[in-house]
Design a protein. Sequence first.
Length: 352
Amino acid sequence: MAPVELGIPGVRSTPDVSTRPDLPGLIDTYGRVATDLRVSLTDRCNLRCTYCMPAEGLEWLPGQDLLTGAELIRLIRVAVDRLGVRELRFTGGEPLLRKDLAQILAASAELRPRPRMSLTTNAVSLARKARGLALAGLDRINVSLDTLRPDRFAAITRRDRLDDVFAGLAAAHEAGLTPVKVNTVLMRGVNEDEAPDLLQFCLDHGYQLRFIEQMPLDAQHEWDRAKMITAEEILDRLSARFTLTPEPVARGAAPAERWLVDGGPATVGVIASVTRPFCAACDRTRLTADGALRTCLFATTETDLRGPLRAGASDEELAQLWRAAMWGKAKGHGINDDGFAQPDRPMSAIGG
Ligand code: SAM
Ligand code: SF4
């Protein structure tokens, strides 16, 4: 499929949907096919991570704007039945705040082919929920943890809940939500010295650690490239204590590049969205908690699905809106381009 591009780097016309081949899946003009749906269940959160939102929180979406459980399940069904989505990741905001999470998971698990389902969470309330989520059909979990030190945890998240996160991790492991993955964002002068300790902690507990480069998606728009800890720095810090060798398997659409630790089988991953973008292999499509379809974390436009859904659109009409939006997916996120503009929605309202 030939890309439709203008001569100016990073700028292209919106592709004409009439040029789209009549195929059921979520194809775009760069030959990518989206089979992985990230669903944001809420924009609210019980932590206030400094790299994500301000201390006072954000103006949350009003209740009537949020998709109901039934609306969410309908859109997920359209994605699986008609659009070829095979992987669901539930996120937010903090997805564990959503009271009907288990029902949403159980209904998604009924779909055929049954999608693989994972959840990204801060784990604050996971200890008491992990078993029920596993029973409802959740397959895997990603827990965000940036430090092992209570004082630093309180400074980064502005809440004193580190012990709850440790308990949540243990409960997820116990409930079989494996491999339990840990996501870490390192920040200069804050926690970057903890990279080897975090890896040792994960090795000791059987968790898979992935470092994520900090991205310009904070609500405060304070991201500063100079403060970001790059993949290269992360690997240097880890190499001071561990021997890392590139994992000898194809990465595919996985965002993390992985290394064997001390010969393996344990691995560590780095998601280098900023310094080593992986947009060319992207297989994602995103749905926000208020029913906006996004082709990318960094997209500056969205397609409203909630309006048509509430106005009585059929499943096929919703599927067509989704296909048309994805046909217009941009080549890359553009973080490193001149004139890059951060999207209006912060990470917590898109779904990370
Ligand atoms: N509240 C849940 C959590 O923290 O896991 C799910 C939503 S959170 C937005 C998803 C992931 O995005 C977390 O791993 C978090 O560390 C990461 N994240 C948030 N803001 C980020 C940023 N500016 N750059 C990189 N990662 C970020
Ligand atoms: Fe909440 Fe996750 Fe954002 Fe932290 S990163 S404030 S836990 S949404």
